[in-house]
Design a protein. Structure first.
Length: 204
């Protein structure tokens, strides 16, 4: 390639949605220490072991599902009722769509390949794919890494449950998005090491 592509890198950790009144969000406060941002709760370790009594209370709260932010798991009966209600609502929606579009056929069943494809499309868009001609690709490199890592988790947790075709699809998608990530981060590193372009000389 004769020219190194230019990218606009978006780090969504630094932004939040605008207020309802449309005003710009207030700048986020600087953290006290430079730490890695995590999407989930973080465990703060102070080096002291908890008292046996406190540890027992903590374990009991986990077993009861009363830990802050973690609701108790639904019962089997609740899950069955919810699934039946969901399927009935989905059928009503399908009947409504067919009434408005008589020629529409039945939708294909959702398969594992659809799930993998959804992750693939998300990762590629986050890495700048799909940009229109003449526009600078908008890259969310942190979001792309998270999406690729989710695909890795999916592969690790479902490996023994997949058919040979599903394993082949998942492995191929993982290889492709990881390769695209490596190429993109290499381009970004090259851009970061290049000296800034000096302004054109003014007319005398």
């Amino acid at each position: 390639m004769s020219e190194t592509p230019k990218f606009t890198v978006i780090d969504r950790r630094k932004f939040k949605a605008e207020d309802d009144d449309g005003s710009a969000p207030a700048p986020a406060a600087e953290p006290a220490a430079k730490t890695e941002v995590s999407a989930g709760p973080q465990l703060v370790v102070n080096g002291n072991k908890p008292e046996p009594e406190a540890e027992s209370v903590h374990e009991n709260s986990l077993e009861a599902g009363s830990q802050e932010g973690v609701p108790p798991a639904p019962t089997a009966e609740e899950s069955d009722r919810q699934r039946a209600a969901y399927e009935a609502a989905a059928q009503r929606l399908e009947d409504l769509l067919r009434a408005q579009n008589p020629g529409m056929g039945a939708p294909p069943p959702i398969t594992f390949e659809h799930l993998v494809q959804q992750f693939y499309v998300s990762a590629m868009i986050q890495m700048g794919a799909g940009a229109q001609d003449g526009q600078r690709p908008r890259v969310d490199i942190v979001g792309a890494r998270n999406t690729i890592d989710l695909l890795g988790v999916l592969a690790a947790k479902t490996r023994d449950n997949l058919t040979d075709a599903e394993i082949k699809t998942l492995d191929s998608v993982l290889f492709e998005v990881r390769m695209a990530f490596l190429e993109l981060t290499s381009m970004i590193s090259v851009q970061a090491m290049q000296p800034p372009t000096p302004p054109p000389p003014g007319r005398r």
